[in-house]
Design a protein around this ligand. Structure first.
Ligand code: V55
Ligand code: FE
Length: 487
C-alpha cells in the first residue's frame, strides 16, 4: 500500500490535514460589511488513510464540511468529517477498505454493498437543509450549525435515482431546485434521472431518460423554460470496471451533445444539439433565453481537464497544453437546427460564479478563476496540480471579460462565493479562501472579502484562519436569516 508521502498528488497544499478543527474569535483585518452575516460552507476532500492504490485517488478523498460563521459576535471556523458509511467503515477498520475511484470491483470484500460515496464536492443549501453532495451517490445531510452528520439523504424515501450530481440549480423566483443524477440505476448505465423539488424540498418530479452514452455529466444549467443537459465524451465502461480499470476514459473522437428538456415538462420532449468532438467541460456559468435561442456560458476544454482521465483514453497531452476557452454555446430553438453555435468570450478558466438571483436569466455580472500564463507561477495543489491565481470578471451582455485581479506571487485563490448587497447599484461581495506559501511546506490561509464593484481594491476584510487547510472543491454562502429560519 503506497503512503501519502510517496504519492506526488499528496504533496504541498494537498498534504492531508487529517483532523477536525474548531477555531474561535478569528482575527479580522479591515471591516466586514454589516450586510455580510451568515456562513460560508465549503466541501474539502481530506483522506483519513493512505489509499490502497496510488494513481486515481484525487476525487475519492473523504469529504469534510467547513463552516466560516460570521455574526455580530465575531467570526468562528469549524471543519468536520462527513460521517458517510464509507468513512465510518474505514475509521472502524483503521485503514482504507475501498479501492479505485468509482470501481467497487477493487474494494476489499469486507465492504461489499456499503455506500461508496464520499460527499466531497458541493455543500448545497436548500429548504433549510445542508446536503453534502458527490455525483456517484446520494448526498449526506449535515446539521448547518453543528456540522454533525444527520444521515444519507433520499428526499424522505421519494427518490429512486441512485445518484444526484453535486451541481444543482435553484430558480430564484419559485425556489424550486432542479437536479439530475447519471448512472442513475447502476454502474456505467446510460440512464439519467431528471428531478425537481419544490421550495420546501419535496420531490415533485423524477423522470428518467437514456443518454447518448454513459458520460461524466458534472454540471448543468437552467434557463427560464429549459434544463440544459451537457454530455461530453468522457465515458464509463462496465467491462473496464470489471477488469479493475478506470471508471472514466476520455474519447477524443466522439461528439458532444446538449440536451434541452422543457424545465417543468416531460423528458419525452427533450431535444438534442450536436457540439464539437472530444471537448469537455466541468462547469457552466449560466444559461438564458434571448432571440429564440438558449445560450449557455461555459468553461470549455479541448479534452478532459484531468490527466488520469485523458491517459485512460490514450490521450497524452501535458496539463499546460490542454487548451480551452470561456465560450457561449447557443442552441437555436428554430425548427431544424441540430448543432450548437459557439462564440468565444474569454480565456480558459473554471469555477464560475454569478448572483443567485441571476440563475437562469439574462444577466450581466459573472466571475471565474484562471491561472494567468503570464503571471507568477501558481501554487502547487488541488486536483489538477496547480491552483488558480487570477479572478476574471465578465459582462455577459457584452459577451466578454471586463476585468481581472492578479493574486500576488505565492498566493492562490479558491472558488468565490457571491453575497448580494441591498445597496442600490452595488454588485455585491465576493468571498474566498486565499492560500499563501511562506516556506517549503508552510502556508498561511485567509478568507478575503472583496467589493464586487472594484475587484482590484484592497480586500474589505481579511479573516485569518490560523490552521493548515487543504484545498476545497465548491462552496456555498448561506445568509444568517436563512440559517435562523431553519432553527
Ligand atoms: C469533479 C470533482 C469531483 C468528482 C468529479 O471537479 C468531478 C470535478 C471532487 O469530486 O467526483
Ligand atoms: Fe464541480
Amino acid at each position: 500500500m503506497p503512503s501519502f508521502k510517496e504519492i506526488p498528488y499528496y504533496q504541498f497544499l494537498n498534504k492531508p490535514v487529517g483532523k477536525e478543527v474548531r477555531l474561535e474569535n478569528l482575527v479580522v483585518h479591515g471591516t466586514i460589511p454589516e450586510e455580510i452575516r451568515g456562513s460560508h460552507y465549503r466541501a474539502v476532500p481530506d483522506p483519513m488513510f493512505d489509499p490502497r492504490f496510488g494513481d486515481d485517488t484525487l476525487l475519492s478523498d473523504d469529504g469534510m464540511v467547513s463552516r466560516l460563521d460570521i455574526s455580530d459576535d465575531g467570526v468562528n471556523f469549524e471543519i468536520k468529517y462527513v460521517q458517510t458509511a464509507r468513512h465510518q467503515a474505514e475509521e472502524a477498520a483503521g485503514k482504507a477498505l475501498f479501492g479505485r475511484y468509482r470501481n467497487p470491483y477493487t474494494d476489499l470484500p469486507d465492504v461489499e454493498g456499503v455506500d461508496r460515496t464520499v460527499s466531497n464536492t458541493t455543500p448545497v443549501f436548500h429548504a433549510g437543509k445542508l446536503l453534502m453532495t458527490k455525483e456517484d451517490g446520494l448526498p449526506y445531510q449535515v446539521d448547518p450549525i453543528t456540522l454533525d452528520t444527520i444521515g444519507r439523504y433520499d428526499f424522505d424515501g421519494a427518490i429512486r435515482s441512485e445518484t444526484m450530481t453535486a451541481h444543482v440549480r435553484i430558480d430564484p423566483a419559485s425556489q424550486k431546485i432542479y437536479f439530475y443524477g447519471y448512472e442513475a440505476d447502476g454502474l456505467a448505465s446510460n440512464t439519467v434521472s431528471y428531478c425537481v423539488a419544490d421550495a420546501n424540498g419535496k420531490l415533485i418530479s423524477e423522470q428518467f431518460f437514456e443518454n447518448k452514452y454513459c458520460a461524466m455529466m458534472h454540471d448543468f444549467l437552467i434557463s427560464e423554460n429549459y434544463a440544459v443537459i451537457p454530455t461530453f465524451p468522457t465515458k464509463a465502461d462496465s467491462e473496464r470496471l470489471k477488469a479493475g480499470g478506470a471508471h472514466w476514459a476520455h474519447d477524443q473522437e466522439d461528439d458532444s451533445w446538449i440536451g434541452l428538456i422543457p424545465r417543468d415538462g416531460s423528458v419525452d420532449d427533450m431535444r438534442w444539439y450536436k457540439g464539437p468532438k472530444g471537448v469537455h467541460s466541468f462547469h457552466m456559468m449560466n444559461a438564458f433565453e434571448h432571440d429564440g435561442a438558449v445560450h449557455m456560458d461555459v468553461h470549455m476544454f479541448a479534452s478532459n481537464a484531468f490527466e488520469f482521465v485523458r491517459e485512460a483514453g490514450g490521450i497524452h497531452i501535458p496539463q499546460q497544453q490542454v487548451g480551452g476557452a470561456f465560450e457561449r454555446w447557443t442552441m437555436d430553438l428554430a425548427e431544424g437546427v441540430e448543432e450548437v453555435r459557439i462564440t468565444p468570450m474569454g480565456p480558459p478558466g473554471d469555477m464560475p460564479r454569478i448572483a443567485d438571483a441571476d440563475m437562469g436569466l439574462p444577466y450581466v455580472n459573472g466571475w471565474y478563476l484562471t491561472v494567468n500564463p503570464e503571471g507568477p507561477p501558481p501554487l502547487l495543489g488541488g486536483p489538477v496540480g496547480a491552483l488558480f491565481n487570477m479572478i476574471m470578471q465578465i459582462n455577459a451582455q457584452a459577451g466578454q471579460v471586463v476585468g481581472a485581479r492578479q493574486m500576488p506571487p505565492a498566493h492562490a485563490i479558491s472558488e468565490l462565493v457571491h453575497i448580494p448587497s441591498s445597496k442600490e447599484g452595488h454588485m455585491g461581495y465576493l468571498m474566498a479562501i486565499v492560500d499563501q506559501q511562506v516556506g517549503d511546506d508552510e502556508y498561511l490561509h485567509e478568507t478575503w472579502i472583496l467589493d464586487a464593484n472594484n475587484i482590484n481594491a484592497d480586500p474589505l476584510a481579511r479573516i485569518e484562519i490560523p490552521h493548515r487547510l487543504r484545498p476545497q472543491v465548491h462552496g456555498w454562502w448561506v445568509s444568517q436569516d436563512k440559517l435562523e429560519a431553519c432553527q
